[in-house]
Design a protein around this ligand. Sequence first.
Ligand code: NAD
Ligand code: TYD
Length: 350
Amino acid sequence: MKKILITGGAGFIGSHVVRRFVNNYPNYQIINLDKLTYAGNLLNLKDIEQRPNYKFIKGDIVDAAFIDQLFTEEQIDSVIHLAAESHVDRSISNPLEFVMTNVVGTVNLLNAARHQWKHAYSNHRFYHVSTDEVYGSLGETGLFTEETAYDPHSPYSASKASSDHFVRSYHDTYGIDAVISNCSNNYGSFHFPEKLIPLSINNIKNNLPIPVYGKGENIRDWLWVEDHARAIDLIFHQAPAGSTYNIGGHNEWTNIDLIRLLCKIMDQKLGREPGSSAKLITFVTDRAGHDLRYAIDSSKLQADLGWKPSLQFEEGLEKTVDWFLNNEEWLQSVTSGNYQSYYNDQYGKR
Ligand code: NAD
Ligand code: TYD
């Protein structure tokens, strides 16, 4: 039985990847390694936690001795690495935590793989899941391709860029079979409500202000999370060693247009007067170093592996709103505890 270590599997994207692999590959043993930070939640995987080909291990990728031991004891065959600190605003308040998890944690995993797999690197794969934010910010035109030079601006994107460089260096120096994908902004179920879409859904539902940074003119390219998980599956199984793929939705929205669409959907779903949720829109101080525009050219992935996004944004956003409205217990559990103090620190000062 092939043993696949998925790191960060209790987080937003990781939980979709774990679920997909557990369901689609009964002949793989899936080990989910997660520290269960504020962003990790085992409720995200309740539906598959009893499955015979799934195992959860709580642990920290920053702990090198623990990671080495895990690779030896579990005889890990391949890694899909998603564990990370992932929120730009938190990286501005606490950059070092991002260096530790995103850079040191990634190098610890690479070192364990390098030692454990040294007799036959080609039988093993190290898949590093990264972000389009490593490429920096676009002007009004152009798209990020796999050849775009790295130009990160936030401590988050700088730490992800650094981890990408380490992964490539371990392929080039030691011969590890490594692949990387850089994806645009995801949305969907189990999205932690510190990010724009779930935070806005939660606030609209509770009649709280929707904080829009600056003038709301920044542009993101949104992709349904299950389309990302499907791309990860294809790349893991079919991409050549040493390759990189960009993944994106061909779906650019200014933040303000997106929020207006969300308000319209929420008015319908909650049976409110048309236009009432939009009254909650509140322009607040802009994020420091705020990248203007991200947009992905995913033609390499489409041509090589036949992938394309499956959902139109309006349909995906409606599905996402339905999920949040039908999963009150999940939303309550992730917004209790220290979510409130994070929220006050982050938005009280804007
Ligand atoms: P997330 O914050 O929802 O989840 C991260 C998970 O990693 C959590 O379960 C957390 O507990 C775990 N984790 C954090 N530090 C850890 C540590 N030291 N040891 C072990 N586990 C730890 O993040 P996400 O949005 O699901 O993103 C997953 C990956 O995809 C990240 O690498 C991120 O950079 C990348 N990515 C995210 C997006 C996006 O739109 N969210 C887009 C492109 C790429
Ligand atoms: P976010 O979901 O944090 O993702 P990222 O910064 O990684 O792209 O933010 C998406 C966009 O929304 C980004 O331009 C910042 C903006 N934003 C707001 O306007 N208000 C908010 O409360 C948040 C969290 C984000």
